[in-house]
Write a protein that binds this ligand. Structure first.
Ligand SMILES: [Zn+2]
Length: 121
């Protein structure tokens, strides 16, 4: 299950940064191209969080749209499905600008909020 390994990465990062404090909420940015099912991720997150500082925390998933720049005509297209192609010329040779994120954006701890926690990669 794809979402389970992502949930494990999120919990590992959040638990490490919590440094013993209780985590109330974890905000994650996930690129569209990761093809994560949010409900499946939330379910996996709850399971994986048991026994860590993250147990019982809310998971706030922000989906990042995929964007690519066409190498033929330089148009930037928001990509919402496969195959990825340019909206202007139909070209398939795109440079991916975003959409593959897997990042913990912020943690809400029981006393303070930490921003810019770092990358999940
Ligand atoms: Zn194009």
């Amino acid at each position: 299950m794809h979402e389970l390994s992502i949930a494990e990465a999120i919990v590992r990062i959040a638990d490490a940064h919590a440094a013993g404090r209780r985590v109330m909420c974890v905000e994650v940015a996930i690129g569209h191209l990761r093809q994560v099912v949010p409900s499946a991720l939330e379910f996996a997150f709850e399971l994986v969080a048991v026994g860590t500082a993250v147990e019982g925390a809310e998971l706030d998933v922000v989906t990042v749209p995929a964007e690519g720049r066409c190498r033929a005509c330089a148009t930037v297209t928001v990509l919402d499905g496969f195959p990825l192609h340019c909206a202007a010329c139909g070209g398939l040779d795109l440079q991916l600008l975003r959409g593959e994120e897997l990042r913990v954006e912020s943690l809400e701890l029981d006393e303070t909020t930490m921003e810019g926690v770092g990358s999940g990669d």
